[in-house]
Design a protein around this ligand. Sequence first.
Ligand SMILES: [Zn+2]
Ligand SMILES: [Zn+2]
Length: 324
Amino acid sequence: MFKESNGLLFKDLLIDPVRSPKEHKVLFTHAHSDHVKLSKKSTFFGTKQTNEIVKKRYNAESYKFEELSVNKKINFDDYSVELVNNGHILGSVQTKISSNDLDYVVTSDFRLQDSIFFKGVVPIRADTLVLETTFGDPQYVFPKQEDVVSGMVSWIEKNAKSGLVLLSGYSLGKAQELTYISNQAGFEPVVHDSIFDMNNIYSSNGINLGEYSKIDNNLKDFSVLIMPPQLVDRNLFAVLENFDKRKISSAIVSGWARKGVFDKTFPLSNHADYNDLIEYVKQSNPKLVLTDHGFCESFSRKLNRLGFNSKPLKYHKQRVLGEY
Ligand SMILES: [Zn+2]
Ligand SMILES: [Zn+2]
């Protein structure tokens, strides 16, 4: 019933397009850029928070949006759609589509364990499950979040007392956790503009991040700086060292272990790890699992070995229209 198209197509509903869509009905499961492509032809369905973030982040005020409530079935012609929180970021959802007494569930990017701000996903029973497998490899079993967070708090406390701490994480989702953790360590962070905008949306939706300020020639008044990863390179370090004579301690926060220019990596993730993915499938107990993103092929083989029926989706790599 799903078609691999420009995104995942169910009848006339396109979910998370990978290129500018031609379809009229488009659903964004959340506001990360790999799930959002805009077009004047479409009406974009999403939660209140996803719509709010998309409008701000992609300058999309002039596009057509429609808000869907979570946990509320809406009927489209011969199928219905229900959005259910999935613990990934503010506004993110898994999608349950029902048609002819069959349930199709698209997890999209999700987290099974509770995170700092959100409850983890509750797996949904499905006939066909489209499972996000970003971390679907046994090397990705994340340590307990409390341990990672308390390690970060002590590391920030120690290094921000005597120098400047540079923390880096995606501006949407991760940077808000970094703002909160920095406050837990006793330091109000100064943050990049893109992070400041997202922090404001989290705050206005009732999430308490603590204090934060926008960076604006004010670095000397702060001991913690939060930046998106794509803006952190050797040049930034050189500039910081030139303007700010303090010792810099830097950390990137990501499920992917990639130290690069940083002193440290903290494995704090907004995704399910390998064990969580298997747990979701067991609880959902679907007749067919379509794996999507990351390790979709090897994880699909693993599911087949566990006795499930699974195939990888490949529309991100090639434009084959396989129908399921
Ligand atoms: Zn995401
Ligand atoms: Zn994604």
